[in-house]
Design a protein around this ligand. Structure first.
Ligand code: ADP
Ligand code: 5GP
Length: 191
């Protein structure tokens, strides 16, 4: 049965701030939350799976979908790669009676907020400092020196958008950041 209220939760942050860690905590604990799988034109990394982490599609397919107006929002986030939230993805989750959790960049988050104003909770995850962000990204072992520099260079710009969102959580201690996000979400969903 479709959900009575089509609500949306957005988690946004500079890369490395901890949004994946916080999102996993929330999704593991609350089965009525469902990860919104974005379409992306980058290649899968590590253990990533098509249809689980992303819908990995070609740039030509992505452009077709833009022409068909299939996206709620899309952005070229890094290195010429396209990322977007499909309308069909939100419907798929709402049709299960669940609330989608979108892990998207700040510009995409602002676009979604504009479209779903009253039905949307947006949480910005802020790193304690740029130095700490650099340490976390290096520690994750996912980046080349170039992609690390790209992410760090973009971080201050992304942080300058934080006032556009409903709530900012500084991810200093992960467990506290998770609890803060959890509290805000429970309040938003009226539980
Ligand atoms: P994002 O999804 O925003 O890119 P991740 O959740 O992957 O960020 O976190 C980046 C790295 O920092 C990961 O290795 C993660 O384990 C680590 N991390 C996340 N939160 C904290 C924290 N509060 N303190 C220390 N390390 C953290
Ligand atoms: P990654 O390549 O590390 O998985 O993601 C890079 C960035 O793209 C992250 O900041 C992530 O939040 C963002 N992203 C993922 N999916 C989408 C999407 O559908 N739309 C937008 N605008 N950004 C996305």
């Amino acid at each position: 049965m479709p959900a009575a209220h089509k609500k949306i939760i957005i988690i946004t942050a500079p890369s490395g701030a901890g949004k994946t860690s916080i999102t996993h905590y929330l999704l593991d604990k609350y089965p009525n939350l469902s990860f919104s799988i974005s379409a992306a034109t980058r290649k899968p990394r590590g253990k990533e799976q098509d249809g689980v982490d992303y819908y990995f599609i070609s740039e030509a397919e992505f452009r077709n979908k833009i022409d068909e107006n299939a996206f709620v929002e899309w952005e070229i986030v890094y290195e010429g790669k396209y990322y977007g939230t499909l309308k069909t993805e939100l419907e798929r989750i709402w049709n299960q009676g669940k609330t989608p959790v979108l892990d998207i960049d700040v510009k995409g988050a602002i676009h979604v907020q504009q479209q779903f104003a009253g039905d949307c909770l947006s949480i910005f995850i802020e790193p304690p400092s740029i130095d700490e962000l650099k340490k976390r990204l290096s520690g994750r072992g996912s980046e080349t020196p170039e992609s690390l520099a790209t992410r760090i260079n973009k971080a201050s710009y992304e942080i300058s958008f934080k006032d556009h969102f409903n709530l900012t959580i500084v991810n200093d201690e992960l467990s506290k950041a998770c609890e803060e996000a959890e509290k805000a979400i429970l309040q938003f969903l009226g539980k």
